[in-house]
Design a protein around this ligand. Structure first.
Ligand code: NAD
Ligand code: DAU
Length: 361
C-alpha cells in the first residue's frame, strides 16, 4: 500500500485532492495530511474522510524540521504531495515575510526531510519514492492580451508579487535538489483553480458570498485582467497523473484553456445564481449587476495568465475534462448547498480581513 504525505491538505486544493484520491484509490492508499491550520486550513473540508482507517491528520508546521522529520521517521512515506503555502496574492502584498517563511523555508524543510529519509548511503534514493511540488503559473509573470501567447514550461521565470516570487523561489529549490542530488521530484505549475471549499478571499467564492448578501462586488482596476480557470478536480487528477505517469525531474504546466476576463466571471456568477436560486428564496432579489463596484487596482496586478498544457497532454494524457459552464454551475450549486460552511469561514477573523483589505479601496 502506497503512503502519501500531503501537506496543506486542509486547504482548498489539498482537500479536493484528498477527496479525489480516496474516490480513485479507496483503501489501496494511505494518506497522512500535515497542515498547520492557518486561517486557510479548515478541517470541515475533510469531514467526509476523517473516520477512514487509511487517513491521518497531523497538525504541524512545514517549517518545523523536527516535526516533519518525526513523521518521516515513523512512517514509510512513498509520495509527498506538497500543497502547503500562503496562497493569496493580496495578503502577500501586506505581509511578504510570512510568504518567504512558509513558501520558501517550508519547502526547504520538506525537501530536506524527504531527502534524509529517502537517501541511500551511496547518495542514490530508495526505489519508487517521489516528491511533487505544487506550484503556480504566476511564476512566469504576466502575458499581454495577445491571445496567441501562452506560458510554456520553458518560459523564463518573471514573478511580480511577493507571493509569486516566493513560489518561484520554492520551485528553484526543488530544481536545485533535482539537479544537485538527483532528488526524485516533479513540479506542476497550474493556473487559477475554482470549485468547492475555496476560501472566500479569492474572487469566485467572494463574489458568490457577497452577491448572496447583497454586498458590493469589488472589481480591481478595469476588470479586464484575464485568468485561465480550471476546475479543481481536474487539477487533482493532473497532479496524480503527473506523479504516476510523468517523467521524473520534469515540470508540467496544468491549465484549462479557459481564459476569461474577471468581469466576465462575475457576470457569469450572477447569471448562474439567478438560474439556480428558486424565486421564493429571499436572497434572489439581491442578485444584480448593480452590485458591481470598480475599486483601486491590486498593486502590480498581472494582466493575463494563460497556460499551454501541451506537454502534460502529450506525455501524460491529461486534459481539462470539465468545461467552464458545467464547472461554474457545480461550484455555485455547492456554495448554495453549503451555506453553513461559508458562514463558518466568514465568522471571526474574516470580518477584520475584509475591512482592512476593502474599506478604503
Ligand atoms: P489554501 O490557502 O487554500 O491552502 C493552503 C493550506 O496550507 C491551508 O490548509 C493552510 O493551513 C496550510 N498551510 C499554510 N501554511 C502552512 C505551514 N506553515 N505548515 C503547514 N501547513 C500550512 O491554498 P490553495 O489555493 O489550496 O493552494 C494550494 C497550493 O496550490 C499552493 O501551494 C498554491 O501556491 C498552489 N496553487 C494554487 C492555485 C489556486 O488557484 N488556488 C493555483 C495554482 C497553484
Ligand atoms: O494563477 C494561479 C493563482 O491563482 C494561484 O497561484 C493563487 O494561489 C491563487 O490565489 C490565484 O491567484 P489570483 O490572484 O489570480 O486569484 P484571486 O482570486 O485573488 O484573483 C483573481 C482575479 O480577480 C485577479 O485578477 C484579481 C481579481 N480580483 C480578486 C479579488 C479577490 C478582483 O477583481 N476583486 C477581488 O475582490
Amino acid at each position: 500500500m502506497r503512503t502519501y504525505l500531503v501537506t496543506g491538505g486542509a486547504g482548498f486544493i489539498g482537500s479536493n485532492y484528498i477527496h479525489y484520491m480516496f474516490r480513485k484509490y479507496g483503501d489501496q492508499i494511505r494518506i497522512i495530511n500535515v497542515d498547520k491550520l492557518t486561517y486557510a486550513g479548515n478541517l470541515e473540508n475533510l469531514k467526509d474522510v476523517e473516520n477512514r482507517d487509511n487517513y491521518t491528520f497531523i497538525r504541524a508546521d512545514i517549517c518545523d524540521g523536527d516535526a516533519i522529520a518525526k513523521i518521516f521517521a515513523e512512517n514509510d512515506i512513498d509520495r509527498v504531495v506538497h500543497f502547503a503555502a500562503e496562497s493569496h496574492v493580496d495578503r502577500s502584498i501586506y505581509e511578504p515575510e510570512l510568504f518567504v517563511k512558509t513558501n520558501v523555508l517550508g519547502t526547504a524543510t520538506m525537501l530536506n526531510c524527504a531527502k534524509k529519509a529517502w537517501e541511500n548511503p551511496d547518495g542514490t534514493f530508495k526505489e519508487g519514492k517521489k516528491f511533487l511540488h505544487v506550484s503556480t503559473d504566476e511564476v512566469y509573470g504576466s502575458l499581454t492580451e495577445d491571445p496567441t501567447t501562452f506560458f510554456y514550461e520553458t518560459t523564463p521565470y518573471a514573478p511580480h508579487s511577493p507571493y509569486s516570487a516566493s513560489k518561484a523561489s520554492s520551485d528553484l529549490l526543488v530544481k536545485a535538489y533535482m539537479d544537485t542530488y538527483k532528488f526524485p521530484a516533479n513540479i506542476t505549475n497550474c493556473s487559477n483553480n475554482y470549485g468547492p471549499y475555496q476560501f472566500p478571499e479569492k474572487l469566485i467564492p467572494l463574489v458568490i458570498n457577497n452577491a448572496l448578501h447583497g454586498k458590493e462586488l469589488p472589481v480591481y482596476g478595469d476588470g479586464k485582467n484575464i485568468r485561465d480557470w480550471l476546475f479543481v478536480e481536474d487539477h487533482a487528477k493532473g497532479i496524480d497523473m503527473v506523479q504516476e505517469q510523468g517523467r521524473l525531474f520534469e515540470t508540467y504546466n496544468i491549465g484549462g484553456h479557459n481564459e476569461r476576463q474577471n468581469i466576465q466571471i462575475i457576470k457569469t456568477i450572477l447569471k448562474t445564481l439567478k438560474e439556480l436560486l428558486p424565486d421564493e428564496d429571499p436572497r434572489k432579489k439581491n442578485i444584480s449587476e448593480d452590485l458591481i463596484t470598480y475599486v483601486t487596482d491590486r498593486k502590480g496586478h498581472d494582466r493575463r495568465y494563460a497556460i499551454a498544457p501541451d506537454k502534460i497532454k502529450k506525455e501524460v494524457g491529461w486534459y481539462p475534462e470539465t468545461n467552464f459552464e458545467d464547472g461554474i454551475k457545480k461550484t455555485v450549486k455547492w456554495y448554495l448547498e453549503n451555506q453553513e460552511w461559508m458562514d463558518h469561514c466568514i465568522s471571526g477573523d474574516y470580518q477584520k480581513y475584509y475591512k482592512d483589505m476593502y474599506e478604503n479601496r
